[in-house]
Design a binder for this molecule. Sequence first.
Ligand code: BYC
Length: 312
Amino acid sequence: MMQHEQLFQSKIDQEVKIEPLDWMPDAYRKNLVRQISQHAHSEIVGMLPEGNWITRAPSLKRKAILLAKVQDEAGHGLYLYSAAETLGTSRDQMIEDLHSGKAKYSSIFNYPTLTWADMGAIGWLVDGAAILNQVMLCRTSYGPYARAMVRICKEESFHQRQGFESLLVLSKGTETQKQMCQDAINRWWWPSLMMFGPKDADSTHSDQSMKWKIKRKSNDELRQQFIDMIAGQVKLLGMTLPDPDLKWNEERKHYDFGEIDWEEFWAVVKGNGPCNKERLAARKKAWDDGAWVREAAKVYAEKQSKKILKSA
Ligand code: BYC
């Protein structure tokens, strides 16, 4: 066992990817199943707030973009569930854990989408936050997860740009459109900062995940990178971020920022955010409504196998 563990750690240290059939510590496997499945759930639950606006997009062009984006999220969920399955868990188990509340999904998707400007703010801020985290995950130590992330990042990059461009149009529009744009930024800013997880000092998994190179940057490091990036971009929109303490710090060469409401974060993570119940109910309904499709696909696959066996 000791030898296995040494070989495993030296592969990680030498940047050799860990593959599904390689020996790995149980805790590494468990941690990855946790993170990848929660990531997959986030993509699937994340379709709901934006899906809410597909029928109300203001033009055919915006509708086509939004449809493509929401479909991309479904695809991301599929790549990620498949990556998690290579670790020996099943899709049914992961879905059950989501429905029972055992598995988490990103806190951000428990907030409502109140106006069309929220579609732009989600693309720019939420996908913007997601992409910083995911660029790091392209180099994560587990091969199937890293490879899934490469394609996901390409698509997220389009998502972020379409969000920014959509807000740019609003920011140059009528007074009402400008107000909608600012209001959406105000509502999504703090929840976006919470996406990066608790402060490093309060993070349960970071130390071990960094040693195993599952994570390569800490929650606080990525959060700071995001704030620096967005504080620059918001000027192009002529809008502001809702933080009176946001200020460039010449010494640190980073923006200082105000305190995140961690009570709100933990309340949302524990299931008490504005939309937690609604989101889970929507997912459960979709699962129940799809039961006949899964059943039909299973019977069809069994029939095909019998046919092949007969003709062999
Ligand atoms: N929300 O020890 P920590 C997208 C939990 S979706 C809820 O720091 P870790 C998109 C954490 O799970 C992209 N829970 O954890 C889709 C842990 O609890 P458990 C989503 C959170 O894992 C549609 C506990 O708090 N991205 O792009 O080392 C439309 C302690 O935290 C949150 C990913 O999932 C949170 N925000 O670090 C648009 C990326 N933060 O599990 C866009 C993959 C923390 O022990 N995930 N918790 O019960 C990660 O990189 C890491 O899991 C995190 C947290 C950085 C999020």
